[in-house]
Design a protein around this ligand. Structure first.
Ligand code: SAH
Ligand code: SF4
Ligand code: F3S
Length: 469
């Protein structure tokens, strides 16, 4: 679909004086958008685009957007206002700037973005990134909107990054294994912006992970909007579960840690729980959003489980892996939520004891069933509940971190630290640890004794065995 309301722009000359063209990509929202942003950069590299972190230098600006809450979507429009100014400044200096809106706002709003944001040349939905080079070329002649759900799989057509680029992105990488959602929680836009649930075939995932491992990646996080609903075609022709996929990924040389995100309680089956007991490479960390502790609200949210069913899953996960760090998402102020419902959420939090969490005020999203419900909760009540929930969850996070002080555990070192001579790595429980250690350890795993807790990260010292080694 094309929109020709604006006169054709002159063909882009690329960078000034034949200099390489530059692309600036900003990702909002979830991990999948971060991953997709990298794949967009990979798709544009063969076209001669080098990535830049300076938006003012960019011949091509891509905003990979998120539609999950009103604030997230509004952020995009304010950024587009700034991009518009930049585009005119660059035009005054004789330089073209193409502006692309990708991601979930693109999918949800399509052509409406062209109307609201005159600087935008191309609107492209999450399933069409493999067509990006061609669409950018088309957009030079007339503004383009592509929010189709094409039959072909974009991953089959997206080029892989060079080895150097993969390594430069770090020792921990995301790999999309599943996309889309069929759950239709009544508050959520994802089933509309990302489409139906689909799983990538095992062989393709293994090939991607192997390439990453060969480039030096040590940890992979397998991601999906509902990753534990994974049911991909296996090399044997049978349908493979996520647990089975984990085992194959763990066998790849170089991969020492596996993580996954985000899961739904309904898909937390026995095989996956058992993997937390049986597979050493699977990190003892589970992000399992519950949203609310009130059965009435859970039903209105269409989550299709009760608070006690969630408690039961947690009990089974803990018996499989007693040291597991638990994390969750919460929404306060869903339509009709009373003080008593909110108390039930606090009770669930106290019962479970989380190592970390994300919490949000309910935001009515256009087109979702919950937005049409009466009995919306006041902003004031939402703020109060959010603050109270945050106090409780922060205290739990601090206590969890405190409990690791004095322990010696394997740290995967990822990058330079805050101060000279420091490097930062992660514990198996996903806590960041600052350690005085040589840069040569980045990309390696070494035992570290946790010595102190800061508000957001931990401090540690290389354990004796590592120093001696
Ligand atoms: N697929 C994942 C995550 C989806 S979005 C899951 O099912 O858990 C991430 C989080 O954003 C959700 O878990 C939810 O807590 C929050 N969220 C989604 N829609 C929202 C809305 N309309 N208002 C506030 N928070 C929302
Ligand atoms: Fe949204 Fe629910 Fe699907 Fe998660 S499971 S993406 S919250 S609809
Ligand atoms: Fe946002 Fe889309 Fe992810 S709405 S949270 S970017 S799936």
């Amino acid at each position: 679909m094309q929109d020709n309301e604006r006169p054709a722009a002159p063909p882009s000359s690329g960078g000034v004086d034949g200099a390489p063209k530059k692309v600036f990509i900003k990702a909002y929202g979830c991990q999948m958008n971060v991953y997709d942003a990298e794949r967009m950069a990979d798709a544009l590299a063969p076209e001669g685009y080098a990535e830049t972190s300076e938006i003012a230098d960019a011949d091509l600006v891509i905003l990979n957007t998120c539609h999950i809450r009103e604030k997230a979507a509004e952020k995009v429009y304010s950024e587009l206002g700034r991009v518009r100014e930049l585009k005119s400044e660059r035009a005054a200096a004789g330089r073209d700037t193409a502006v692309v809106v990708a991601g979930c706002v693109a999918q949800a709003e399509g052509g409406e973005i062209l109307r609201r944001a005159p600087a935008v040349d191309l609107v492209v939905g999450p399933q069409s990134y493999h067509r990006l080079p061609e669409l950018v070329r088309q957009a030079r002649a007339a503004r383009v909107v592509d929010t189709e759900f094409p039959v072909e799989d974009k991953f089959d057509h997206l080029p892989r990054a060079s080895r150097e680029k993969m390594r430069a992105r770090g020792v921990s990488a995301f790999v999309t294994v599943q996309e889309g959602c069929d759950k239709f929680c009544s508050f959520c836009v994802v089933p509309y912006t990302r489409g139906a649930e689909s799983s990538r075939p095992v062989v393709k995932i293994i090939a991607d992970v192997r390439a990453l491992a060969e480039a030096g990646v040590r940890e992979v996080t397998l991601i999906g909007q509902n990753v534990n609903a994974y049911h991909g075609e296996g090399p044997d022709g049978a349908t493979w579960s996520l647990a089975k996929l984990f085992a194959a990924v763990a066998d790849i040389d170089g991969i020492v840690r596996i993580r996954y995100s985000t899961s739904h309680p309904r898909d937390m089956d026995e095989e996956l729980i058992a993997a937390h007991r049986d597979l050493p490479a699977l990190a003892p960390y589970l992000h399992l959003p519950v949203q609310s502790g009130s059965d009435r609200i859970l039903a209105a949210m269409n989550r299709k489980h009760t608070a006690d069913e969630y408690r039961d899953i947690i009990a089974r996960v803990r018996s499989a892996r007693p040291d597991i760090a638990l994390s969750s998402d919460f929404i306060v102020g869903f339509p009709g939520e009373t003080d008593a419902d909110f108390e039930e959420t606090l009770r669930l939090v106290r019962d479970v004891n989380f190592a970390s969490a994300f919490f949000f005020k309910y935001s009515a999203r256009p087109g979702t069933p919950a937005a049409a419900l009466g009995d919306q909760v006041s902003e004031e009540a939402k703020s109060e509940r959010l603050a109270e929930l945050q106090r409780l969850l922060d205290a739990q996070r601090f206590a969890f971190n405190e409990a690791t002080v004095g322990k010696t555990t394997d740290i995967l070192f990822e990058r330079a630290g805050r101060h000279p001579g420091q490097i930062v790595g992660k514990t198996p429980w996903l806590q960041a640890v600052q350690v005085d250690a040589p840069f040569s350890l980045i990309g390696e795993i070494a035992p570290v004794t946790i010595t102190a807790r800061g508000s957001n990260s931990l401090f540690g010292a290389l354990a004796e065995t590592a120093v001696a080694a």
